[in-house]
Design a protein around this ligand. Structure first.
Ligand code: ACO
Length: 361
């Protein structure tokens, strides 16, 4: 038995497929590369939710309903934000989401889609001593998230963030999706299930990696010696953030999608020189990992270029995992509904390896 459940198939799903050998991601019959940059996040939410809610409207109506949900979540949670804000930005977002109703209806799902997008900019603004900006229910989801953060949002950045949300919307039975399905299998409500996903996503081996990617880039820039810095990290038993994956043995296809978005944003701007530096670090890391960890094919994962994209979009590194959650929540909800529909409780066994009781009378 593998401690990490490697190679164990724990669910049938129609939602997404991760081809780790070929480096392909399929989301409900569509290749990621066909969706990213072409479909809006709201349309992908519709794609994932289809068949899991009896009252699902068409995709245009659903996007409007997500806008209405942003307004509702802001109105509902705004009075509590000041109390939540002293926690770290991820924990305060999670605490805000815990205050939402815990049902299984489409309205519950839409509040959960809206919540990370509304809470993250509001909490960031409070943290900087600024008043939170209310959502515009008629605006595009990603563009509105940026506008709530900075007051304005360029169409290019809105499109970049939208592509990011689509890119991370679902990804097989990753740790947070599995955690979500375990809770959903008890027939608890969607908020309970999503809170489990949020807990799992926070860790640096999963969705907590992109913030540390920025710290790594800054430290390498200061050291002036990428390969030496990376070798020292590995010698100290540290992992290189943004590299390696349980399933992919080749490059994570999401890394290429996000890199292309950063490249588009970066032409003639500071993002361009940051990207050029990050590319040299990436090459150095791949070479160091090839030499130091020859037993394993360790390639660039989604988090490396996530860090650059979200930095360019204006999010501080502390909030990167929040933005990841804003995208992944759609997949979590669909998986929770898919699991609930099976009616089957997830309840594996453990093997007892502790001391045996003294049975002598
Ligand atoms: N840096 C250095 N060494 C690594 C890395 C890395 N990024 N990734 C794996 N390894 C090494 C391990 O130390 C181990 O070496 P050892 O055999 O000498 O002890 C070997 O490769 C195998 O490691 P495992 O832990 O078995 O690999 P696993 O499949 O569990 O790793 C994981 C996947 C957890 C993502 C890992 O690659 C990692 O920690 N990466 C860094 C954190 C990161 O980028 N996380 C985001 C992942 S993407 C996502 O979740 C959205």
């Amino acid at each position: 038995m593998a401690n990490g459940l490697d190679d164990v198939v724990a669910a049938d799903t129609v939602l997404s497929d991760v081809d780790g050998a070929g480096g392909h991601l399929t989301i409900r019959g569509h290749s990621l590369t066909d969706l990213a940059g072409r479909w809006r996040y709201g349309q992908v939410v519709h794609l994932l939710f289809d068949g899991f809610f009896t009252d699902l409207p068409g995709d245009a109506e659903l996007e409007k309903a997500i806008g209405d949900a942003r307004v509702e979540v802001f109105d509902r949670l705004q009075p509590m934000l000041a109390e939540l804000a002293p926690l770290d930005i991820y924990s305060s977002m999670r605490a805000g989401i815990a205050l939402l109703p815990d049902g299984d209806a489409l309205a519950d799902a839409l509040r959960l889609i809206a919540a990370p997008a509304v809470l993250t900019p509001a909490l960031l603004r409070l943290g900087r001593g600024e008043k939170p900006l209310p959502p515009d229910g008629r605006a595009d989801h990603a563009g509105d998230m940026l506008r709530m953060l900075g007051g304005t949002a360029s169409p290019a950045l809105g499109k970049a963030l939208d592509t990011y949300l689509v890119t991370v919307c679902d990804h097989g039975l990753n740790a947070s999706t599995f955690a979500t399905r375990v809770v959903a299998s008890t027939q608890a409500g969607l908020t309970s299930a999503i809170l489990a996903g949020l807990g799992a996503l926070k860790g640096p081996l999963h969705g907590g990696a992109p913030g540390p990617v920025i710290e790594m880039l800054d430290a390498i820039e200061a050291s002036g010696d990428a390969a030496g810095w990376l070798r020292d990290e590995i010698a100290r038993g540290q992992r290189i953030m943004g590299f390696g994956h349980r399933i992919y043995r080749v490059r994570d296809p999401r890394a290429d999608v996000l890199k292309a978005v950063v490249r588009q944003l970066g032409a003639r701007s500071a993002t361009g020189s940051r990207l050029a530096f990050a590319e040299t670090v990436e090459q150095a890391a791949l070479e160091v990992l090839r030499v130091e960890k020859p037993q394993r094919s360790i390639q660039t994962n989604v988090e490396f270029y996530t860090a650059l994209l979200l930095e360019a979009a204006g999010f501080p590194k502390e909030a990167f995992s929040n933005v990841f959650a804003a995208g992944r929540v759609a997949g979590w909800i669909a998986h929770a509904r898919e699991q609930q529909a099976t009616g089957r409780l997830i309840r594996p066994q453990s093997r007892y390896v502790g001391p045996v009781p003294d049975l002598v009378a």
